[in-house]
Ligand binder design. Structure first.
Ligand SMILES: [Zn+2]
Length: 247
């Protein structure tokens, strides 16, 4: 089999066999992609010591001849100029939580270079400056958008009526859309204040808009709840991030 290449961010490592690792990356060319790294468990020096969580790497690999067997990692080198995630707990917790979203919300080899770019940019941000509710909300919103799970912030998803500027709406967590006061939902649908809705809209359309810190927290809370519904469970990594970051 021919040698192939891609760029990837290491999300998960599992032990297998006597001395091997199964390493799961999010890659630019293949989306979520798992490989077998032979002898990687025995020696830290194997693969140049590069197989660290959230490292951005140039990968060379070979697909297996037999169906159902994982491709084999041949070499891994750090991408030049890629940010090294500091030891700081918040950055690590943020990388873990967002990495878990990628692992759970995408299928193996479902390529999406925009998601790869989003994650790489987010990790660079985390390596260079303190995480803010706005930065995390931006990541979550963009991820939902790239996965085709983002609702309209400007009109009711039931009746299609555009919202008035000062109208309070509800957010249907199951359907992932906003509903007006006339359309009742029997499902769980928290109230959304107009400021939260315009903040969400500004974030999505990249419009400059003064948004209060409290509103960023509301927006983040809403996106978190939507992600929980999509995932079907509460993630421990999000709870840990909230504990160390305070939001
Ligand atoms: Zn309606």
């Amino acid at each position: 089999m021919q040698e192939e290449r891609c760029e990837g961010i290491l999300l998960q490592t599992r032990e297998t066999g006597e001395s091997d690792l199964i390493v799961t990356f999010w890659t630019d060319r293949f989306g979520r992609f798992a490989m077998r790294a032979p002898k990687a468990r025995k020696s830290q020096k194997r693969f140049g010591g590069q197989l660290q969580s959230f490292a951005r790497l140039q990968l060379a690999f070979q697909r297996a001849r037999e169906q159902g067997r994982l491709p084999q990692l041949l070499r891994a080198e750090a991408v030049e100029g890629s940010a090294i995630l500091p030891e700081a707990l918040v950055a690590f917790a943020a990388a873990s939580f967002t990495g878990e979203l990628l692992l759970r919300m995408t299928d193996e080899e479902d390529a999406n270079p925009n998601i790869y770019e989003l994650y790489a940019r987010f990790l660079t941000f985390c390596a260079e400056q303190p995480l803010t509710p706005k930065a995390l909300a931006r990541f979550e919103l963009r991820l939902l958008e790239l996965l085709g799970l983002l609702p309209s912030w400007t009109r009711c998803m039931e009746c299609g009526t555009p919202f008035a500027p000062e109208e309070s709406t509800r957010f249907d967590l199951l359907q992932g859309g906003l509903i007006c006061g006339q359309c009742r939902s029997s499902r769980e649908a928290p109230l959304i204040l107009p400021a939260t809705r315009s903040g969400l809209y500004a974030l999505q359309t990249k419009t400059a808009l003064p948004v209060e810190t409290e509103t960023w927290r509301d927006i983040l809370n809403l996106l978190d709840r939507r992600l929980c519904h999509v995932l079907g469970y509460e993630t421990r990594s999000r709870a840990f991030l909230a504990e160390v970051a305070g939001f």
